[in-house]
Design a protein around this ligand. Structure first.
Ligand SMILES: NC(=O)c1ccc[n+]([C@@H]2O[C@H](COP(=O)([O-])OP(=O)(O)OC[C@H]3O[C@@H](n4cnc5c(N)ncnc54)[C@H](O)[C@@H]3O)[C@@H](O)[C@H]2O)c1
Length: 344
């Protein structure tokens, strides 16, 4: 039985709280931590944790593992303390705001011999996993184009940490697009070059881009595309992924909960799931399995750093008006597979 502390009881912690009860035979939440004690107390009460506190250091003697769901600029200092205390860490994405901070966390996890996993929940979504399996098998020919759209309206109050580019670590591509850059690397392999254009026209509350267009060319010639906005006042696309292969098009419609094949004008439903949900349970099952077996998470620190490096190189090239060289930024082998225990 893993004793888990939840550090940060804001928005995303509620998604985690929703499934944790169903995993009570494997994990028990013992502590809830938030600077806002009332928030910590509510989470503790919901999950049956005996301790609610405002200082994460108080939690460390009561847990084996921590879920860090904090503002991005807090990932590094808090994560480092937890890893150095020998705790397994499930870190909400993105791992940290700079390359050096990410390396510190990876090195600390290695030195302590504990699991460090990044919470890239889209890897554990049944639609993503089914699509990845189909593309890997080549069931409908060669994949030449994968396009991801996320259209949502995300506006934080001016005094919220996410309204600061420095605290957020970047703009929409870094904060939310990191999920999808990771998915593109997972599905398409080794990136070669790419480009990004961002704007905050339409999202003046963002210090950096609120709308992001990224294109990436992969080693076998396939192209990946990420088109996303936090400024959508309406949408038809929602969250969707289209994979074009030489025999058809596969659509993962996360909002509608459907994986559909369109071939020769005929639509075939391949999988139906509940409508959009972040599927945190599969992610948590994988984290627990890695703690229990010592297996490397498919979204470990190093794999997640590769995706962030892609984003940083795209930002850098955008600022200099050139294409980004993305060679050498493919995922490690341990990260290219499907999770063995991604669902329950
Ligand atoms: N997987 C996803 O799809 C997804 C979605 C939303 C957010 N997230 C991630 O979750 C993390 C948190 O985002 P959020 O939307 O829940 O933010 P939030 O602002 O809603 O919550 C953050 C909480 O952390 C608390 N906090 C801040 N500093 C603290 C500290 N030093 N010690 C203890 N508590 C502290 C705040 O009081 C707040 O309650 C981020 O990494 C974000 O990117 C992931």
């Amino acid at each position: 039985m893993v004793r888990l502390a939840i550090i940060g009881c804001g928005g995303i912690s509620r998604m985690h709280a929703a499934y944790l009860h169903d995993l009570r035979d494997r994990v028990r939440v013992t502590v809830a931590v938030d600077l806002d004690l009332a928030r910590a107390a509510t989470t503790a009460e919901t999950l049956g944790a005996t301790l609610a506190c405002t200082d994460y250091r108080e939690a460390l003697e009561h847990c084996d593992a921590v879920l860090i769901a904090l503002p991005h600029h807090e990932h590094h200092p808090v994560g480092l303390d937890c890893l150095r205390a020998g705790k397994h860490v499930l870190m909400e994405k993105p791992l940290a705001n700079t390359e050096r901070q990410c390396l510190d966390l990876i090195e600390a996890a290695d030195a302590a011999g504990v699991t460090l996993m990044v919470a890239y929940c889209m890897r554990f979504h049944p639609l993503s996993m089914a699509l990845k399996r189909i593309l890997d098998e080549g069931a409908y020919g060669v994949t030449f184009y994968v396009s991801v759209w996320t259209e949502q309206h995300t506006q934080y109050p001016a005094d919220h940490w996410a309204s600061s580019a420095e605290k957020l670590g970047g703009g929409q591509l870094f904060s939310h697009g990191c999920h999808y850059v990771d998915l593109l690397l997972w599905m398409l392999g080794d990136p070669i070059e790419g480009a990004h254009i961002g704007t905050n026209l339409g999202t003046p509350w963002m210090e950096r881009e609120g709308t992001s267009e990224a294109i990436i060319r992969f080693a076998d010639g396939a192209i990946g595309h990420h088109g996303a906005t936090w400024g959508a006042r309406g949408t038809r696309l929602g969250y969707a992924l289209h994979a074009h292969t030489t025999e058809g098009m596969l659509e993962a419609d996360f909002g509608g909960g459907r994986l559909t094949l369109i071939r020769d004008g005929v639509e075939t439903s391949l999988l139906e799931t509940e409508p959009w949900s972040k599927h945190g349970m599969g992610e948590m099952c994988h984290f627990l399995r890695c703690i229990e077996t010592g297996e490397t998470p498919i979204t470990d620190g190093y794999a997640s750093l590769q995706g962030l490096r892609v984003i940083w190189r795209l930002y850098e090239a955008e600022a200099q008006g050139r294409m980004a060289d993305l060679s050498g930024l493919g995922l490690p082998d341990t990260s290219r597979r499907l999770p063995a225990d991604g669902q329950r």
